[in-house]
Design a protein around this ligand. Structure first.
Ligand code: SAM
Length: 457
């Protein structure tokens, strides 16, 4: 835990240590136990608060244990009864409204059980997801990454949800919420807080349950202490869920002085920036991905189908792929660091688009593949891996190359400009934090797209 200082504390140290010490006292009071081998700090961490190793830690060590009663969610908040009674009218697309109402109440209540925890973030000033950037800035720095479109949708949804669900509910409980205090601005900050700090317990795998695939994801919840850990893709700790408590466990040896890193999931940089407001420096993120719009592959095919008959054939093929739910209007093919991650969809699309009219007729009559014609998953994955791309047929490669080129052209600047910037230490140091994070996202994506382009030329 924070070390005892032997000299008088400066104002800055006090403003960091006081909330942290209050939080640690609260942890003791709720039986949240922390290993002696780690401590919380704002120094020597990837960003603001984080956890550091005081001494070498072996794999499998329990770093801290959080009893379930210490979690903050709609089932533990002081307002749980009214939330339960109003369950029906609090339903919304995101499913986040009950947690957000709990947070609005607890965050502004001077007697909240979670006050020492929530006081660690007195103003949410450190949250800087692109939802707080201007539209011009988003467009200038992130065009092509997919983030500006997601942000527009998020902002529209949160405003709709606030006005149509949250506000009427608060008005019907004036003893608990006050729309003057619990306004849209606070709601937006809390949405960003939930995006960046909440946890969703994984859905249990239950082989006997036939409807397993349809199981709904668990609702988000706030997990004190666990949410003070930063993330990297090569993390060294993991959160485990048991019926009584949650445990953060080291998954490899952590050396003295090293930061303890959790994982927020297998996140590409665009997801990290969109949801959490940061990106791993290029090329550190081993979960980096790039999307190619399905519509771009269609466009590439339309370029070669010049005659009217071929255009018609292409339209029929695309319609069939839509009916088979292989492609969709807004769908994307995703590529990771070693090739296609959506290889089943991409393989089927390329195969159908490059079929002769005769074979397509048979395919349509059979309503899909004959069993003998269907390729297995391993072959699809291998053929569409970066090792396999160069050996694809000329037609398949052409479609991929044209679609990758179109995707690369959708950014404001070319890949070489971004690469030069990344390599120029002085220019990099002069970038604003937003410019730097956006560069990491763009370059990670462009690097994958350029690889596809080069392998399919
Ligand atoms: N550092 C946080 C704090 O002081 O409150 C605790 C982690 S919180 C769950 C998630 C936030 O931490 C993110 O929204 C981001 O601002 C920051 N963060 C996490 N991992 C990071 C990293 N590797 N690099 C930069 N910022 C990171």
């Amino acid at each position: 835990m924070a070390t005892e200082a032997k000299r008088p504390k400066t104002g800055d140290e006090k403003s960091v240590l006081e909330p942290l010490n209050n939080f640690l006292l609260w942890c003791e009071s709720v039986q949240l136990t922390l290993s002696d081998k780690v401590y919380l700090s704002k120094e020597g961490t990837a960003a603001e608060y984080g956890m550091l190793a005081k001494e070498d830690i072996e794999e499998g060590h329990v770093l801290f244990t959080i009893p379930r009663e210490a979690l903050l969610h709609q089932g533990t908040t002081k307002v749980k009864k009214v939330l339960e009674e109003g369950k029906k009218c609090l339903e919304s697309a995101s499913g986040w409204v009950p947690l957000l109402l709990s947070l609005m109440y607890e965050y502004t209540s001077s007697t909240s059980h979670w006050k020492p925890y929530l006081s660690l973030w007195p103003d949410f000033r450190t949250l800087d997801q692109p939802m707080f950037w201007s539209e011009e800035e988003c467009d200038k720095l992130l065009k092509g990454t997919g983030i500006p479109e997601s942000v527009i949708t998020d902002l529209r949804k949160l405003q709709d949800e606030y006005n149509s669900v949250v506000l009427p509910f608060m008005k019907s409980h004036p003893d608990l919420w006050d729309p003057e205090k619990h306004n849209l601005e606070l709601y937006k900050s809390l949405v960003a807080f939930v995006m960046a700090y909440s946890f969703q317990e994984p859905v249990e795998d239950d082989d006997e349950d036939e409807e397993d695939d349809e199981k709904k994801p668990n609702l988000p919840m706030m997990v004190p202490m666990a949410d003070m850990l930063n993330h990297i893709s090569k993390h060294n700790a993991n959160l485990e869920y048991t019926p009584e408590c949650l445990k953060m466990v080291s998954i490899r040896r952590i050396g003295k002085g090293e930061e303890v890193f959790n994982t927020y999931g297998q996140m590409a940089n665009w997801q990290l920036l969109h949801m959490y407001g940061f990106a791993e420096p290029f090329p550190n993120n081993i979960n980096e991905t790039a999307d190619i719009k399905m519509a771009s592959v269609y466009k590439a095919a339309a370029q070669v189908a010049r005659s009217e008959a071929n255009q018609q054939l292409l339209e029929d093929k695309w319609k069939m792929l839509c009916e088979m739910e292989v492609v969709g209007e807004k769908g994307v093919f995703i590529f990771g660091q070693s090739g296609s991650l959506t290889y089943h969809e991409l393989y089927t699309t390329l195969k159908v688009l490059c079929m002769s009219s005769q074979i397509f007729e048979d395919f349509r009559e059979n309503e899909g593949w004959e069993e003998d014609d269907e390729d297995d998953d391993d072959k699809m994955e291998q053929d569409l891996s970066f090792e396999g791309l160069a050996s694809l047929s000329v037609e398949w490669k052409r479609l991929l190359c044209v679609a990758a080129t179109e995707t690369l052209d959708s950014y404001n600047e070319d890949v070489e400009t971004d690469r030069r910037l990344m390599e120029d230490q002085r220019a990099l140091a002069e970038l604003s934090s937003r410019e730097r994070r956006a560069l990491y996202v763009r370059l990670g994506q462009k690097n994958i797209l350029q690889r596809i382009q080069q392998l399919t030329k």
